[in-house]
Design a protein around this ligand. Structure first.
Ligand SMILES: Cc1cc2nc3c(=O)[nH]c(=O)nc-3n(C[C@H](O)[C@H](O)[C@H](O)COP(=O)(O)OP(=O)(O)OC[C@H]3O[C@@H](n4cnc5c(N)ncnc54)[C@H](O)[C@@H]3O)c2cc1C
Length: 381
């Protein structure tokens, strides 16, 4: 009889950690191997606070290890290739065979796509860059701050708006004169949530004097200005830009992506077009049934919900117990606006029309976001 209990999880960020820990609980006899290139687990939703000096590094990252109680093996290496025909994954040191494969490798950044971006712009989408930005912000005494999005899609599309709002609050408290302008290729903030919610976020920017320039595509960055297609320009003293995202090369080379550049999956089961291969989180492209945006945004709350479904269904296949689950497109995110308050957006993003709620800034959403950080920073295999 062929084996059915070897599960390989590629990537141990939010999706990979969730799927492997849930699977270890639900199918204790499964042989679970996780391949992750980093030796740490990070909580990216706290990178804006890290950049602003409101979180210390130890609060947003921790060593990655597997509890001895679990039958989970962590291979600390880079995924080199994925071969769906032979059900094999090759790392720098090993060749691993799977019965079920879960791809949760997130995104790679591609700053070289925009001339001058890497040289002149700061960003906060990875730990090291957020730490560099922290120094730059500490040394900024005033002037023009430009903040924006270079290309779509990006992870957590409200995060750059949150950073802009937090920075405005920060500079106002520090009595520093900083004028801010936000630029983006989007028609309005949080496009997946539709124009009505987008307008509410725009109002938050306007109420704090942050200028907003939508529908612009960055063509290059120079030492003291950004240039958009059509040759309009924006001068800056400090520039923060979310870099272009792309699908990790090993996933593309395995033939798992389509013309979207990402991995198409069944929205309900997260199955790819290859047998026993699932993809969750940022690496996926999930078509929406409504006209707001063609694909669902990339978000940790989606990765978690998808991990629950995939872990449940693989556990069911291995143990023969339980009931199959389907994913319903539910997700949420917080938009931190100042030291004490966050707004909150949540809903069912796959219903048509999407059923979405925008909750204005309150203390209680800030408390919920801090709880989420605690959950992820203490969550283990
Ligand atoms: C600044 C910021 C703020 C955010 N705020 C929020 C928020 O408030 N709420 C929310 O829900 N989401 C938020 N997100 C998005 C959230 O972090 C991601 O959606 C989530 O991490 C996706 O999980 P994932 O498992 O798909 O990818 P990741 O968590 O990125 O994990 C991918 C893992 O794969 C590993 N990997 C990649 N390639 C290889 C390889 N070749 N070999 C081995 N390992 C590899 C990586 O090292 C990484 O550990 C935010 C993101 C950022 C950057």
């Amino acid at each position: 009889m062929s084996s059915n209990d070897r599960v390989i999880v590629l990537g141990c960020g939010m999706g990979g950690l969730a799927v492997s820990s849930l699977l270890a609980e639900r199918a204790p006899k499964a042989s679970i191997t996780i391949v992750e290139q980093k030796k740490i687990f990070e909580f990216p939703p706290s990178f804006p606070l890290l950049a602003m000096g409101r979180r210390e590094p130890g609060k947003v990252r921790r060593p990655l290890y597997v509890s001895k109680k679990r039958k989970v093996r962590l291979v600390n290496d880079r995924v080199g290739s994925i071969e769906t025909s032979s059900r094999t994954v090759k790392t720098g040191s090993e060749e691993l065979r799977y019965d079920h494969l879960v791809i949760s490798m997130g995104v790679e950044y591609s700053p070289g796509d925009v001339p001058g971006l890497e040289k002149y712009a700061h960003q906060f989408y990875d730990f090291e860059s957020a730490m560099k930005l922290r120094d730059a912000l500490e040394n900024l005494d005033g002037g023009k701050l430009a903040i924006g999005i270079s290309r779509l899609p990006i992870k957590c599309p409200v995060a750059p708006y949150g950073l802009a709002l937090l920075l405005q609050d920060h500079f106002a408290r520090a009595k520093k004169k900083v004028s801010m302008e936000f630029f983006t290729p989007e028609p309005h903030p949080a496009p997946a949530a539709g124009p009505v919610i987008g307008k509410q976020v725009e109002r938050l920017l306007a109420a704090r004097g942050i200028a907003f320039r939508p529908k612009v595509k960055l063509s290059k960055v120079e030492k003291d200005k950004v240039v958009f297609e059509g040759k309009t320009e924006l001068p800056y003293d400090l520039l923060i830009v979310v870099p272009p995202h792309k699908c990790p090369s090993a996933v593309v080379e395995a033939g798992l992506t389509d013309s979207s550049g990402w991995v198409p999956v069944s929205p309900q089961t997260l199955a790819t077009r290859f047998e026993r291969v699932y993809a969750i989180g940022d690496v996926t492209a999930i078509e929406t049934p409504h006209a707001h945006v063609p694909f669902l945004p990339k978000s940790g709350s989606f990765a978690l919900g998808q991990a629950e479904v995939v872990a449940n269904n693989i556990a069911m296949s291995i143990t023969g117990k339980g009931e199959r689950k389907i994913w319903d497109g539910t997700g949420s995110c917080f938009l931190e606006v100042n030291r004490g308050e966050s707004a909150m957006l949540r809903g069912e993003f796959l219903s048509n029309p999407p059923r979405l709620e925008f909750h204005p800034p309150r203390r209680k959403w800030q408390v919920e976001k801090t709880k989420l950080e605690e959950y992820w920073m203490t969550h283990r295999f």
